[in-house]
Design a protein around this ligand. Structure first.
Ligand code: DGL
Length: 257
């Protein structure tokens, strides 16, 4: 089957790697809107224009399922994507729904737009949620997959200012964040991390029913193709790189993506 994944950049690779490892017999089309990255600091109107362009583009593509590998799009536009497209649309939080979370105090670390959306409060109803809307983390990870010591310290302080130190777990509420999970564990060695990328895999079994022998990954970017190719080389091992091809996203009428 043809599985499309969409994110503002390479954050959705935290989803792609886990999904492709479990269901290797499908074709994965990964769309990185790097021209518009980061999404999290944009206005709602700007994001709506971008979402409409994506919907128009996907209506023309032959895809079987769309995974919104972006919390910001999931939180604000999942219903819109699902209403307008005639294929299943999966959001980042679909694997989190109906789980029982025992942690009393949870920090949501996310983009500003996701933190403001109220989306996560629907899922974690039994816990006290502290919202940390971060303006710079996704863009930093997009640039270099790592934080400097000063950035780690700054992030720690940002979380502390909102949530103190007594919380139990942190939701990685932006798909870019699991890409630096090892660094986050060093900042908060005794805390539990809730990674939506880990919970989505089981959920997909009911959709990826038609087995095929294809196993290609095609990366599309709205930004600089050479940069995307460089990111692929630094993130994926050589064996994986052989399966990956990349291309520019075709120009849309509005020219936003
Ligand atoms: N990775 C995306 C998310 O999960 C978007 C980050 C951004 O572009 O601000 O929200």
């Amino acid at each position: 089957m043809k599985v499309a994944l969409l994110d503002s950049g390479i954050g959705g690779w935290s989803f792609l790697t886990k999904i492709e490892a479990r269901y290797p017999e499908h074709t994965y089309l990964y769309y990185a809107d790097q021209k518009n990255c980061p999404y999290g600091n944009k206005t709602l109107q700007e994001l709506e224009n971008i979402a409409c362009e994506w919907i128009a583009l996907f209506k023309d593509e032959e895809i079987d399922i769309l995974i919104l590998a972006c919390n910001t799009l999931t939180a604000i536009f999942k219903e819109k994507f699902q209403t307008e497209l005639n294929i299943p649309v999966i959001g980042t939080t679909d694997g989190l729904e109906n789980n029982e979370y025992k942690e009393k105090e949870i920090v949501l670390l996310a983009t500003v737009k996701t933190a403001q959306s109220g989306w996560y409060e629907r899922i974690f109803t039994n816990s006290k949620l502290s919202m940390v809307g971060n303006t710079w983390l996704a863009a930093t990870i997009e640039e270099r997959f790592a934080l400097t010591d000063i950035e780690s310290e700054l992030l720690k302080l940002e979380v502390e200012n909102v949530a103190g130190n007594e919380w139990d777990a942190m939701i990685l509420g932006c798909t870019h964040y699991p890409l630096i999970k090892e660094q986050l564990k060093k900042i908060w060695p005794r805390k539990h991390f809730i990674d939506p990328a880990e919970t989505i895999v089981d959920k997909l079994a009911m959709f990826l029913t038609r087995k095929e022998v294809n196993n290609n990954v095609i990366m599309y970017t709205s930004g600089d193709l050479a940069l995307l190719e460089e990111q692929v080389r630094s993130f994926f091992d050589e064996k994986k790189q052989k399966k990956i091809s990349s291309a520019k996203i075709r120009q849309t009428e509005g020219g936003l993506i």
